[in-house]
Write a protein that binds this ligand. Sequence first.
Ligand code: ADP
Length: 397
Amino acid sequence: MEKVMAVNAGSSSLKFKLYEMPSEKVICSGIVERIGFDDAIFKIKYSGNEHKEITPIKDHSEAVKLLLDGLIKFGIIKHYDEIKATGHRIVQGGSYFSSSAIINDDTLNKIRDLIPLSPLHNQAELIGIQAFKKVLPNTPGICAFDTAFHQTMTEEDYTYAIPYEYTLKYRIRRYGAHGTSHKYLSEEARKFLAKDSDDRMIICHLGSGASLSAIHNGKCVATSMGLTPLGGIMMGTRTGDLDPSVFNYVVSQTGKTSEEIYQEFNKKSGLLGVSGISSDARDLIKAESEGNKRAALANKLWARRVADFIGQYYVRLGGCDILVFSAGIGENSPVYRELVLENIKEALHIEYDKELNNSTIGVERLISTSTSSIKVAVIPTDEEVMIARDAYNMLLK
Ligand code: ADP
């Protein structure tokens, strides 16, 4: 039994989950938030206990030290070196990585080289890796890339119709995201299929950030997010795909800078932008039930965009055996699932059990009937366990 830590570092936060491997038992999980502030927050859950502490934390190295000292204080480990490996989530792996990679100079240089493609994420994730390296210098680690699973797409699926020299010079293409989740869900979904091969799946990872993917025989053939996680379906605060002229037109009409509008397309659009109320699906269900018309429009629009991608992927795959709903909305919202299913059921001959849909919240279950032409499953995603599995398999097994 070895202890492996899965890490997800942001610019001011650090989420962690400690596993006992290979049993995949979660020993503890937690987050350090507001790193760099005097009132940083450290939260940890272990053996049914929860602890929260507010304390100044200067940087990510201090955050790592605080969390490891916390593990010792709560009797979870006795020494730092009980952590035998770490696995770090990295958003952008570009065309360099089609699977997880062991952390070494080459891996770090490539992640650094990809910073222009994902400035918000890769930089923070590198800081997270360096912080662990400083506190646990002898503990090996791996990186798991959000883009890696989508590297099996063909050129015609990932190329944008822009001048080709830009594609080459600036590495502009569809990379996708949430790949670790799509991979996990496609492996889990196989359980529901009687056959071993030629399986076709459409995976809907529907959280605040959301993406769909089309999977054939375990390989991704298409995914909805693009160069960055702004593309694809409409999300909590992101636009999803747009006519590119909208961007130019909004800049020219508002007099705002392109950076300001870009930020608005990332943070003030989607469900929040259309409804003017909230980016949270729960608030919008409530608002719609109280008669709010913009909330109703946001909900309808969201479901229509998800349905559009499902239709597109059904054609791309030449059929579909199973449709999977996952992440915050997909796992927990029968209302939103129903909105999507009502849009597609006629064309795709889907039959689902409304009672079963309503009672399926946060658990793995089929909600389609036995006569449905496509199975419909709800599967809670687990990106961290995939990261811990890769760390264990690549470094300790
Ligand atoms: P992300 O990882 O992109 O932040 P999550 O997968 O955590 O997103 O999903 C968060 C979203 O899930 C929330 O914004 C909320 O809209 C939605 N959500 C969570 N629970 C429910 C629920 N019970 N009903 C409806 N929506 C929910």
